[in-house]
Write a protein that binds this ligand. Structure first.
Ligand code: ACO
Length: 428
């Protein structure tokens, strides 16, 4: 017999079903509560609200577990490639050799973007933030593929949009960068794999041969894999929410990019590096910065610390920390910011304020160090996060659409004026 939970209010008891997932976490299904009692539930910031069933990503914030389709993130980061992980997220299983070849082949056939996109890029001021540009460019793609406007049109049409998104994002990201520094853009080269092609378009020059360092390719593969999905976070929930109105997929991904931009979410990787630079320039002891982060009036938080779900450690941060050591060693880079990061981490991890609130370094704490070592400018960091998160957003969108989920529409508890009569302007 399925379990039930009972809510008692005034003289009434309301019975609600309890549902259990495959990893045994349970939830009270409150969808019938309003019908039974007139009550709604209130959970500001959705801190304890499950918004969906999902078979894509499992995470246990207490134990620091992260799995995509059942595969531990540690194994995927070590053994897989970003495109294989993308396939896994999108289709539910690791691909056969044939399926993988077909998938990568179709991506490499769609890497070109419409030439008019360059005109959009020409119109932006050179110092405009790449996340704003990327969000609007992705939304603009819907204008070039009007058949994609109806997400219910056909599965083949949806698949084409998915391939186009995966294929074109690296080209658009590198073009945004090239335009920002006034250099000519480079076109994709099908002889390269996905990551190498991106690095080539980003760092290559028309004037010379491009040689990519395998250490850099490996680090990028890892970073993209680690960012590929993270269940119902702010940007993914945004993608699902916008998608639930049956808006075009391009618009949903554009909305996800906007949600990711903020410093409390993906924008934290840029904010971490800026914070480390400020600490270096501002001087003072590391402890004085920790104290500042504890002072709520200062408005300063330790960027890259804390997570809504991970309350012991972020497994991605562990992998990235090791990867950043590898990259810096192999590229022979001594970065004083890394020393500051290490000292900051050490000081915070033994400070009662951070211990009590279970604030640990998150994925963004070390990713910026690697991006910087590779040579990416700081304002591109969050864009790189978006590049990694893209397959996760699409997989979550597909799941939401195929499960025929209803439009997202939360309730509220109204706290404004009770009814009052209009007063004409001369009598106010
Ligand atoms: N520095 C200092 N204090 C912090 C920090 C921090 N980085 N993070 C949380 N706190 C404190 C809060 O002030 C609060 O204290 P209080 O209980 O005394 O009021 C308590 O810890 C809980 O913080 P909330 O903001 O309520 O926690 P929430 O789960 O809502 O937020 C978040 C999580 C947004 C990630 C937060 O920890 C934060 O702002 N961190 C810094 C930004 C960051 O690194 N974001 C990246 C997240 S990972 C990602 O999106 C990929």
């Amino acid at each position: 017999m399925s379990e039930k939970a009972t809510i008692q209010f005034k003289d009434n008891n309301y019975e609600l079903p309890v549902v259990t997932g495959t990893e045994n976490e349970s939830a009270i299904d409150i969808s019938s509560l309003r019908g039974q009692s007139g009550l709604i539930t209130l959970d500001i910031g959705y801190k304890n609200t499950g918004s969906t069933y999902s078979a894509i990503t499992y995470l246990d914030g207490e134990k620091g577990i992260l799995q995509y389709r059942g595969y531990p993130i540690e194994q995927l980061a070590e053994k897989s490639t970003f495109l294989e992980v993308a396939y896994l997220l999108l289709f539910g299983d690791l691909p056969s050799k044939e399926a993988y070849d077909q998938f990568t082949e179709s991506i490499s056939r769609h890497t070109l973007v419409h030439e008019s996109i360059k005109k959009f890029l020409d119109a932006y001021p050179t110092n405009s933030h790449p996340m704003g540009q990327l969000s609007s460019l992705i939304c603009s793609l819907s204008a070039f593929y009007p058949e994609s406007l109806d997400p219910n049109r056909s599965p083949e049409e949806v698949d084409k949009t998915v391939i186009r998104l995966l294929a074109k994002l690296p080209t658009m990201v590198s073009w945004i960068y090239k335009k920002s520094i006034g250099h000519p853009v480079l076109y994709p080269q099908n002889k390269y794999d996905y990551v190498t092609n991106f690095l080539y378009m980003f760092f290559g020059q028309r004037t010379e041969e491009y040689e990519v360092d395998p250490v850099v390719v490996d680090a990028m593969e890892k970073l993209l894999i680690l960012h590929a999905d993270h269940e119902q976070n702010c940007s993914t929930s945004t993608v699902r929410f916008v998608g639930s109105s049956h808006a075009p997929l391009y618009a949903c991904i554009s909305a996800g990019i906007s949600a990711l931009w903020g410093p409390r979410h993906g924008g934290a990787n840029q904010a971490v590096l800026e914070m480390l630079q400020n600490i270096r320039q501002g001087g003072g002891s590391i402890q004085s910065w920790v104290e500042k982060a504890k002072d709520k009036d200062s408005g300063f938080r330790l960027m890259g610390f804390g997570h809504r779900v991970y309350k012991n450690f972020d497994p991605r941060a562990r992998i990235i920390k090791k990867a950043s050591d590898d990259v810096l060693n192999k590229l022979n880079i001594k970065d004083p910011l890394l020393d500051i990061a290490r000292e900051l981490e050490e000081a915070a991890l033994k400070d009662d304020y951070f211990i009590e609130r279970k604030l640990y370094p998150n994925v963004d704490f070390y990713s910026g160090i690697i991006y910087k070592a590779i040579g990416f400018p700081v304002e591109m960091f969050t864009v790189l996060f978006a590049l990694g998160r893209l397959p996760g957003w699409i997989a979550q969108w597909k799941e939401m659409m195929y499960d025929k989920q209803p439009i997202g529409r939360p309730r509220q508890v109204y706290t404004g004026h009770v009814k009052r009569d209009y007063v004409s302007i001369e009598n106010r």
